[in-house]
Design a protein. Structure first.
Length: 671
């Protein structure tokens, strides 16, 4: 190669090297600018949290105040300043939250090189972290080997059934059902309560000995099979740290920074793990006002008393809300104003919020009001996905589900089975399907097998022998011999509601026999369903179509479906338009809530419901509940709330006027 060519090639190499160096430099600067810009988006309260390095830090973060953004920036900041990723443990309460937080942290620190192949963030639920630790040294946790299996809920109940049989106890006994045993034993472990005392409380002193024998057998069967249930993961982790201080010290050296998300949902078993870890730096984030899982063992005192148990803890608050308008936040603030850890939320939005208080005569009128609300909103150009309906319990949603099915409005449900998937409703509907379509052999099979003494084999033979139609008495075996008379009566009914009442009366003994453990709850669902049938002006065919058309999320575009949910299942979610139904005095607070601690959780539950709404919030109740009991407005709401009497005609029209019913006008004291 000539000298000129060599010089040209050298110049080209130098140019390419400079070009790539400059591009790399610009890319790094661009990433740093993006990270800096993201950090600049933090408000002063959030930025103060990110910059704080106290050994113990409690962040009280109200609903919609950017809790997750603040947490991930805190982690990103300590890593930028030299802490290895592997020295950080982030504990969340759902796998979804763990994935989101890990992704957001990594996005913020993408320009920070890892210190080794093992330099990775540790993010997960308590159970997920525990599972990893147990796999590493299974024998030291008391397991046979690392190839242990983790039982899901149904598998754990199968072990309980085996334990009951080994102890000569009938697994079908309402007293000693596998589900009941599993729930009580799990609660004892998660709350660190005395198991014998809790069992005695539940089963009575006479049966406590038997219950404890079954518990011991359950534990023996698990160990012999080298399996663990979900609670074992945490119990074994906590026990080993208590038993072996050197193991706890090893984890402490590994994770110098520990962040706990949703601290208000921790239980005493979770706290035992945190005490065992005792990290150099501990940041806990949460909102005591959103502690609503006491029935699962969560303990709000763990976040409320954090400063007392950690003398040098620093407390910071996030109170700027980026979700809701101020009117909604004013209501939320008032609801929890008596709570120990009350925050005062301020809206960071400039848009207004509207709250509408409505009173209806019946739950069916209330449900029809919701239908009209959704239809009017969609007609005005809004998407159905922007609408949500919440309630204190899944049962309160029954009348609404009937109305939505009848008007063929798609919905997604969180918290309990959809109405159409409930076993007792399928039983009920099967008889109506037989009356409507005599050739529906699937419905005939389900109807027949509800009668005592008739199994699928007997029912199948009867169906195969059918020659003269449904009114041939010879095809209905044993206890089902009255079926022809039932069907004749159904056909004589003048209205859908009348047919429903007839069937409700006849099916009651079958529900009591087939569902002895929770028959009354199931009968309550059917009663609410029949009450709704009374209000529907349509044919049996239209009614059945509402239940048989597939309403799963795969059968329609998600933008066309509204959300209906229990308040517990709605936590962490938000919508533009929220309607809280069932805000009557016999529905909220729950009738079983008697003690101040229980009433406090009911207030927090209402607070969570209210803070799901961004712009529009409707709160309603009916002057009589689904049991035909009269009721007044929920006493946790403002005494001077401007309730409006509303009529909903077939779910299409809403007419408002001053509230006229005397029982609704008498407002009890707030609690």
């Amino acid at each position: 190669m000539c000298e000129a060519s060599k010089k040209s090639a050298l110049r080209r190499c130098i140019f390419l090297l400079l070009h790539h160096t400059l591009r790399a430099s610009l890319s790094i600067r661009k990433i740093q600018k993006v990270e800096s810009r993201r950090t600049m988006h933090l408000n002063p309260s959030q930025a103060l949290v990110v910059a704080t390095r106290e050994k113990r830090l409690l962040v009280l973060a109200g609903a919609g105040t950017g809790k997750t953004a603040t947490s991930v920036h805190w982690v990103a900041d300590i890593i930028r300043k030299g802490t290895p990723r592997s020295a950080v443990l982030m504990i969340t309460f759902t796998r979804k939250a763990a994935t989101e937080m890990a992704t957001r942290v990594e996005r913020l620190i993408s320009s920070i090189p890892k210190k080794s192949t093992h330099d990775v963030l540790n993010v997960g639920t308590y159970h997920a972290i525990a599972s990893i630790l147990l796999r590493q040294e299974a024998e030291k946790f008391g397991l046979l080997n690392r190839r242990f299996s983790t039982l899901d809920e149904s598998e754990a109940q199968s072990i309980w059934k085996s334990a009951l049989k080994q102890c000569s106890v009938d697994p079908k006994s309402p007293l000693f059902s596998p589900g009941k045993l599993h729930a009580r034993y799990s609660l004892a472990r998660n709350t660190c309560a005395d198991t014998e005392a809790l069992m005695a409380d539940t089963f009575g002193g006479n049966y406590m000995t038997s219950a404890m024998r079954v518990v011991r057998t359950y534990e023996e069967l698990k160990r012999a099979a080298n399996v663990v249930d979900y609670d074992d993961l945490l119990v074994l982790w906590a026990q080993r740290m208590h038993r072996e201080p050197e193991y706890a010290a090893k984890l402490r050296a590994r994770w110098k920074f520990v962040l706990v998300d949703e601290m208000q949902d921790n239980n005493k078993l979770n706290q035992l793990i945190l005490d065992g870890l005792n990290p150099e730096h501990l940041l806990v984030v949460g909102d005591a006002n959103q502690s609503i899982y006491g029935f699962r063992g969560s303990d709000v005192s763990l976040i409320v008393d954090f400063p007392r148990r950690n003398a040098n803890a620093k407390i910071l608050k996030l109170e700027d809300n980026y979700r809701s308008g101020q009117a909604i936040l004013d209501l939320a603030n008032e609801i929890v104003s008596r709570e120990q850890a009350a925050l005062t939320l301020h809206s960071a939005k400039t848009s207004e919020a509207i709250i509408d208080y409505r009173m209806y005569l019946t739950p069916q009128d209330e449900a029809n009001g919701v239908v009209g609300w959704v239809k009017d909103g969609v007609k005005a150009g809004n998407k159905a996905i922007q609408y949500s309906v919440l309630s204190r319990s899944s049962r309160t949603l029954t009348a609404l589900e009937v109305a939505l099915n009848f008007h063929q409005i798609p919905y997604k449900k969180y918290g309990g089975l959809t109405l159409a998937d409930s076993a007792e409703v399928k039983d009920f509907i099967s008889f109506l399907r037989v009356a409507h379509n005599p050739h529906d052999r699937i419905a005939i099979l389900r109807a027949l097998t509800q009668f005592p003494g008739i199994g699928e084999g007997t029912a199948a033979k009867a169906i195969a022998a059918q020659t003269e139609g449904l009114f041939d008495k010879t095809i209905w075996p044993g206890a089902a011999a009255a079926m022809p008379e039932w069907l004749e009566d159904f056909h004589k009914a003048n209205t859908l509601g009348e047919m429903g009442r007839m069937l409700q009366e006849r099916i009651r003994p079958l529900i009591l026999a087939n569902y002895p453990k929770d028959a009354e709850d199931r009968l309550g669902t059917i009663n609410a369903l029949v009450n709704s049938m009374d209000k529907l002006n349509g044919s049996l065919e239209t009614f059945l179509d509402g239940f048989t058309i597939d309403r799963t999320s795969d059968s329609f575009h998600p933008d066309t479906a509204i959300t209906i949910s229990t308040i517990h299942s709605a936590k962490g979610l938000e919508w533009d338009n929220v309607w809280l139904i069932g805000a009557g005095s016999t529905q909220m607070p729950h009738p079983r809530a008697q003690f101040e601690s229980e009433l406090s959780e009911e207030r927090r539950l209402l607070y969570v419901a209210v803070t799901r709404a961004r712009t529009n919030l409707v709160i309603s109740y009916s002057s009589e509940n689904d049991r035909r009991q009269g009721q007044t407005p929920c006493r946790m709401l403002p005494p001077k709330a401007p309730w409006k009497f509303s009529r909903a005609e077939a779910g299409l029209q809403n007419r408002f006027g001053p509230m006229q019913r005397p029982q609704a006008a008498q407002q009890p004291q707030s609690i």
